[in-house]
Design a protein around this ligand. Structure first.
Ligand SMILES: Nc1ncnc2c1ncn2[C@@H]1O[C@H](COP(=O)(O)OP(=O)(O)OP(=O)(O)O)[C@@H](O)[C@H]1O
Length: 229
């Protein structure tokens, strides 16, 4: 299964240069698959690549396209982003307020906002957290709420940057199960090779370039071979 044509992400001649240093060399990429993983060594450029997809990172050259639209606001709206640390994402003191934040910005009517929050909380079995103080949530609960906060916006694509790093094994498994069940396109930076083995496509980033791109078994094998001493 592939992403709907109007929501296909593509990078055309995109590079990122910071303080005179090339972080990502010019690259062309079209992401049609529903599950795309990004792997690579620390500092290779994975997060920079992931952040381009929803416009948090601005390319130094080239264009990021969603369908045939290059507008950064459309990108922010169509592509949700889940950070490694949910504290970077959760801003309001009560779960329900936090989930409503982006929806209020869209100026949706209160009943629509309520319905969307109900739907996402029910979908994840999180309805019990609705009235809780966000600062009192466990790390696992916070990460689920951060993901829920992205999904209420109904993006076509969800980008996740190492979302399970701070979680214990139980919460990691729960989060991965949720991610596996998402209808949305998923692009995930991860060191969890077991999870990525079930993806449709994996990109290996090495020193700011896509060093391998294809089915998980091949790309992961290459990554493992590179790490062997
Ligand atoms: N503002 C900046 N100025 C200069 N270099 C930067 C800047 N931001 C990031 N970098 C460098 O860009 C490179 C890629 O960073 P990035 O965070 O994309 O890597 P990563 O593969 O996600 O790493 P990790 O696995 O450790 O999270 C790193 O060497 C980093 O130090």
């Amino acid at each position: 299964m592939t992403a709907a044509p109007g929501t296909m992400l593509a990078l055309q001649g995109v590079s990122v240069v910071k303080d005179g240093r090339t972080i990502l060399h010019p690259l062309d990429l079209t992401l049609a698959e529903r599950r795309v993983g990004i792997i690579g060594r620390n500092g290779s450029g994975k997060s920079t690549l992931a952040r381009l997809f929803n416009g948090i990172e601005t390319p130094s050259t080239g264009t990021v396209l969603l369908g045939d639209c290059a507008d950064r606001r459309a990108l922010r709206r169509g592509v949700g982003f889940v950070f490694q640390n949910p504290d970077n994402q959760i801003v309001y003191p009560i779960v329900e307020e936090d989930l409503a934040f982006g929806l209020k910005n869209l100026k949706l009517p209160p009943e629509e906002i309520r319905a969307r929050i109900d739907t996402v909380l029910d979908r994840f079995g999180l309805a019990g957290l609705r009235g809780r103080f966000t600062h009192q949530l466990s790390g696992g609960e916070k990460q689920m709420i951060a993901l829920a906060g992205v999904l209420v916006m109904r993006p076509a694509t969800v980008v996740l940057d190492e979302p399970a790093t701070l979680l214990d094994l139980w919460n990691r498994n729960r989060l991965m199960q949720l991610i596996a069940g998402l209808e949305e396109q998923v692009i995930m930076v991860s060191h969890d090779l077991e999870m990525l083995a079930r993806f449709d496509r994996v990109l290996l980033v090495e020193a700011g370039r896509i060093a391998a791109d294809g089915p998980p078994d091949q790309v992961i094998a290459r990554y493992r071979a590179g790490a062997a001493c």
